[in-house]
Ligand binder design. Structure first.
Ligand SMILES: Nc1ncnc2c1ncn2[C@@H]1O[C@H](COP(=O)(O)OP(=O)(O)O)[C@@H](O)[C@H]1O
Ligand SMILES: Cc1ncc(COP(=O)(O)O)c(N)n1
Ligand SMILES: [Mg+2]
Length: 506
């Protein structure tokens, strides 16, 4: 058996593994790069077999159209596309709707809904059906009949009854067919607190403990999982959802974003769950990805200049992250002018130097050289790690973002010290960045000869589960929004660090 490549701790880096970003350098001795032709052949072979083995994940949404484009079919198609799933649609109703409310509803005749269902399900290979607005008993029944005729891998039921604006989208008589017929076929149902209350005869839901009781009661109607969503519990500082699988309750927390633009969050969440299930994720993972996506999307809509938004300079943010326990800082600045970026980098360098925390610069070798930073992190479309090494010399740290085992191998060949792997979850800080999920992260970690830092949508509610994957090469996580798009960077960093410390001990 070949010996594993020797790894030595970079002299300028702390040696603990329970860090926000821990970067470990590899042995300077590397094998020569394989001849180019062989590499090209392998890449082609890999992509052809991947295409054969992984047909496009397909979600069918059975829902109403929202003329305003924020909820319903329109939200579903956008969410599925963002998560890399194909989305076909059966329209149950056409609504005249905008951000203020629903002005009119035109219900599609039941027989025509049956015809749409037949057209799609009899011809295309649908993985997951996701339901939204089902306006009448008859529509629910038509759907149940079609699903019995054309079974799918999973059914996600979002029991849409009343819109965020308070307008009725489904007759109250549908409650009984939802409970007695559709729920029993569902893999997950996702009521908000108002819908959960109506399904349970009007019980009041004010606390997380009430949400747990409601999830347990709704589970008894027959779905395999229940997610009671707390977006409408406006008095709570967190947006907490309760997940129940029949045995265990899991609370999913997100920071409550101060915005009134939550129209369509429920539709987006259910479509994300459906997309992840279509890609083969487990239910809990699908729900976590979806929750994260909605939180990121709300963040993105409200503000992107996180530190500016919270009234801090980049220097203050770095100071606070270090005080909270960050062990490596990476400076990423996409929008500022070079001179402004360099000034910020120099200011950060001073703080990092005095605290013994290495500072890496994203993409910009020139900035790193000008402020004598400890290293550079590059993406796949930037200069290669090999070229960066030539410019920076042997003593500096070089990181490369990788999504595939082939990229990880190339990073090793090129003389990088670590790889960043992601996005693990969807994130608002990088547009159009396909997510890898736990499976993608695992594949890259197991193949990589270099230490790996997980990145993308990582926050306090999912960092533990990333580290609990127990991947030997996974040395830490890189975090942006979860620390900086918050009122207290010190508190968030401390919290994140304690989560990582606890999971690395277990
Ligand atoms: N202001 C907010 N900040 C963060 N997450 C939110 C906010 N509002 C809703 N969410 C989340 O969006 C998802 C949809 O929830 P909710 O709005 O309760 O459903 P619905 O749209 O069906 O009423 C849930 O995961 C919820 O926690
Ligand atoms: C056609 C249609 N379907 C669903 C919703 C619910 O969305 P939300 O509860 O987020 O307003 C909506 N408003 N319109
Ligand atoms: Mg909502």
């Amino acid at each position: 058996m070949a010996a594993a490549p020797q790894q030595s701790v970079h002299p300028s880096l702390p040696s603990s593994t329970s860090t926000l970003r821990l970067l470990i350098s590899s042995s300077p001795r590397r094998p020569p790069p394989p001849p180019p032709r062989a590499r090209r052949y392998n890449r082609l072979a890999a992509s052809a077999s991947a295409a054969r083995e992984m047909p496009w994940p397909h979600v069918l949404t059975v829902a109403g159209s929202d003329s305003g484009g924020g909820a319903g079919i329109q939200a579903d198609i956008k969410a599925c596309a963002a998560l890399g799933a194909y989305c076909s649609s059966v329209v149950t109703a056409v609504t005249a709707q905008n951000t203020a409310g629903v002005q009119g509803i035109h219900v599609v005749p039941e027989e025509f809904i049956r015809e749409q269902l037949n057209s799609v399900l009899s011809d295309m290979s649908v993985d997951v059906v996701k339901t939204g607005m089902l306006p009448s008993i008859g529509v629910v029944r038509v759907l149940c009949e079609s699903l019995k005729k054309f079974p799918v891998k999973a059914l996600v039921v979002d029991p849409v009854m009343v819109s965020t604006s308070g307008d009725i989208l489904s007759e109250s008589s549908t409650l009984s067919v939802y409970r007695d017929e559709l729920f029993a076929m569902a893999d997950i149902v996702t009521p908000n607190v108002k819908e959960a209350s109506r399904l349970l005869g009007g019980v009041s839901l004010r606390t997380v403990s009430d949400m747990r009781n409601a999830a347990e009661s709704i589970y008894k109607f027959g779905p395999k999982h229940v997610l009671v969503k707390g977006g409408d519990m406006l008095e709570s500082s967190d947006a907490t959802d309760v997940f129940f699988d029949g045995k265990e309750f899991i609370e999913l927390h997100a920071h409550r974003i101060k915005t009134h633009n939550t129209h369509g969050t429920g539709c987006t969440l259910a479509s994300c769950i459906a997309s992840e299930l279509a890609k083969g994720a487990t239910m809990l993972h699908a729900v976590q990805v979806a929750k994260n996506f909605v939180e990121s999307a709300l963040h993105h809509m409200t503000d992107s200049g996180m530190n500016k938004k919270w009234g801090r300079s980049i220097k203050e943010a770095v100071q606070a992250a270090i005080e909270g326990g960050a062990t490596i800082v990476q400076l990423r600045e996409k929008d500022s002018e070079t001179r402004e970026f360099l000034e910020a980098a120099k200011a950060c360098m001073e703080i990092c130097k005095s605290s013994g925390v290495p500072l890496l610069i994203n993409d910009r070798v020139d900035i790193a050289l000008a402020c004598n930073a400890d290293g550079v992190h590059v993406g796949q479309s930037d200069m290669s790690a090999h070229e960066v090494r030539e410019l920076l010399g042997p003593g500096k740290i070089i990181g490369v973002s990788c999504k595939t085992p082939a990229q990880a191998q190339q990073a090793w060949n090129d003389g990088a010290d670590y790889i960043g792997c992601g996005g693990v979850f969807p994130t608002s800080t990088k547009a159009n960045n396909p997510t890898l999920g736990f499976d993608g992260l695992k594949t890259v970690c197991l193949a990589s000869k270099l230490p790996v830092v997980a990145i993308g949508g990582i926050n306090a509610s999912n960092a533990g589960s990333v580290m609990e994957l127990g991947l030997p090469n996974l040395k830490g996580v890189a975090v942006v929004s979860a620390l900086f798009d918050r009122p207290s960077v010190v508190a968030e960093t401390r919290n994140m660090k304690s989560i990582l410390t606890n999971t690395s001990r277990t």
